[in-house]
Design a protein around this ligand. Structure first.
Ligand SMILES: [Zn+2]
Length: 282
């Protein structure tokens, strides 16, 4: 009889049939890995809080446990909530992405000038097409209460735009990683659901933008915001790097390049989608 090898050893990633054996109603013994001789998954005996803490500390073991050895049914809820958070930051014109756009496009309005606009000392000359795309990002001044509907509509536009960016990101990662699969350590197929689970798990790192979104105000300087968001981005990048290493088991350089390319494609996509959607509805 062939065993269904759906679980993984959290230490080395080797597929395994079961995590533990039961000897009666209250006795169970954790299995040992055939390859690395360690306990296949120590986390099944741990409290969820410990698993969460280890995941925040970017432990590959905890990531393997979440991606392979738990059901993690609510990944899509997490996916949507985190997408809403990301949209909220961009919609509020308060994220690293907005700072980059405002600074590169030279958007200097009342809403950006002291908080999300950084002066760039070098001269960047852009083509007319890029300038046109930039103009699609100029935020109208928030004023009267009666234009609340416009702001709500803009949230939907940003939501769609962020969604497009995320879909592009996941597709790019999956496409490149599948193409370079022959280079990787293991040739196990990576299912799309698992990619979504890994993405949702790693994307939890954007929760660290919350302190700035909650406590940042008009007096918070653009430099402070930039530093905070850059630290979050760097942390997030490492979390994603580890998650995709666990998932695809590709060489370090390949994973690193894939992540850089996918991030670039994602933000370029979002950058072009928002002006396009805005031009459709106005
Ligand atoms: Zn092992």
């Amino acid at each position: 009889m062939t065993e269904l090898k759906q679980f993984r050893c959290v230490n080395c990633g080797k597929p395994t049939g079961a995590l533990y054996r039961t000897y009666g109603p209250s006795v169970l013994k954790l299995n040992k890995c055939a390859k690395c001789k360690c306990i296949v998954d120590k986390y099944i005996e741990y409290d969820n809080v410990i698993v969460m803490i280890d995941a925040v500390l970017i432990s590959k073991e905890a990531q393997r446990h979440i991606i392979y050895n738990t059901e993690f049914k609510s990944y899509w809820k997490l996916f949507i909530v985190l997408m809403l958070l990301e949209t909220y930051g961009v919609w509020r014109n308060d994220s690293l992405f907005n700072i980059a756009i405002n600074s590169l496009c030279g958007i200097r309005t009342k809403a950006t000038v002291n908080t999300t606009y950084l002066y760039i000392p070098v001269d960047i000359s852009m083509s007319e097409w890029w300038k046109h795309q930039c103009s699609g990002w100029v935020y109208e001044e928030r004023g009267d209460d009666n234009d609340l509907f416009i702001w709500e509509k803009d949230f939907y536009i940003q939501f769609l735009s962020t969604f497009t960016g995320i879909v592009t990101f996941i597709s790019t990662v999956h496409l490149i990683m599948t193409m370079i699969k022959p280079m990787s350590v293991s040739l196990n197929e990576v299912s799309f659901i698992r990619v979504l689970k890994a993405f949702s798990m790693a994307n939890v790192s954007i929760l660290f933008t919350l302190p700035m979104l909650v406590w940042g105000n008009a007096d918070t300087s653009a430099e402070t915001r930039t530093i905070h968001y850059m630290l979050v981005f760097a942390y997030s990048f490492v979390v994603f790097f580890n998650a995709f290493t666990v998932l695809y088991e590709s060489p370090v350089i390949a994973t690193l390049v894939t992540l850089l390319v996918s991030n670039t494609v994602k933000y370029l996509m979002t950058f072009h989608t928002t002006p396009f959607l805005r031009s459709l509805v106005t």
